[in-house]
Design a binder for this molecule. Sequence first.
Ligand code: FE2
Ligand code: FE2
Length: 447
Amino acid sequence: MRLLLVLDNQEVRELMSFQLSSRFALEVQELPNFDDAASFLEGEDNAGLSQITELLIAPYNGKANELTEYLQSRVKPLPTIFYYEGEVPPADVLKGLLTLGLLEKQQIVEGSARLLEDYLSKNGEYADPNDFCPIHTSLLMRTTPLKSDIYIKLSKNKFVKLFHSGAEFDQSDLERYYKVKKIEFMYLKRSETAEFMGKFSKELDLLLSKEEITIQEAAETMMLTQEMIQELVHRVGFSAEVQELARKNVALTIKAIGTSPKLLTIISQIHAGANYIAQHSSLLAYVGCCLAKEMSWGSDSTFSKLVIAAYMHDISLTNPKLAKINSLAELNQLKDQFTEQEVKSYHLHPLKSADVVKSFQEIPADVDIIVSHHHERPNGTGFPRGLQHNYIAPLAAVFIVAHDLSQAILNKRESFNLASFIVEAKQNYTLGNFKKVVSALEKIKFE
Ligand SMILES: [Fe+2]
Ligand SMILES: [Fe+2]
């Protein structure tokens, strides 16, 4: 971890550099001139060194200077200790900067050591990433104020508290980080997610209480909420609170799909800010209902089975890239991109996801079967069980074809062509129920 120390007095600088590096295992980079600080840090950014300086001690030289402007503009805030000579700077001038403290120059040696010790020991530095749950900043913004601490991630194992519990921050503070600094995710300790979940659940209620909701209005919430649910399942388990959010997201999706879903409507609504699993699952929910409708299976209960299955089918995967893979042969070709654990878990993910479904209270029957069959193929070449078509449940057959269709849409986006998809599907799906599904596919209107 590198600290940049900007101080003109050589003797004090060398003393501090020695003390801080030995006491905190930091690499200290010294800089005598304040004027060089911004260009030094910008140089790191430009050299693609991904901002290796993670802490800064620098003089506070007024509001309008290059360093302050640079710090304001950084994507990842740089935790900084400022010192000053003479008059104390007014309290509001450091707003928007991640300031660890403001010291009088004479206090800099002891003061910095104290502030760094505080920061490094109490702020979750070197924490286990599994202890932190990522929440999309745009969702977090809807639940302010929160009593919990809010963290940002500095690197894989390093998190720093951005807002302390009870600290006064409002939606505009979060908006500044989201829109100006482009911090997409903030983190809550997994032990402190209950308050957020409760408040977010009420936000979903508000949407659900609307008489009507279009897919355009719901798409972003549906996808980002799904992404968050997936993270929560891995961090806190499929608890009653997480199930409640999942149930409401399903209700929101069903409401937005309506009674006559149109394939073309969803394509322009894929939310680019959501990860692949969330995009793919929401799209699959929609596409599955389009297809069921054409099979004259457009009942509420079928729609709800398909939507729940879509949201749950890949819930046990941890790496979104794995959801792009459709067969064990494909996995084998790409296995170098994944850890051994990820490769292993992929083989059984339909069954593991089905297990999560079984713990989901008050949902319709058979959803776990659809989920456990989602990578089976009619000719027995699928996994994990290699079932023949006559052992694959009829609604699972719809789901499997819809799964292919949603993959094709996501891969091709605007250039997706339904007619060529159908030509290929006719070759792949010639057996039993699958043949019927492909006939229904031909009835889908793509306009
Ligand atoms: Fe899958
Ligand atoms: Fe999938």
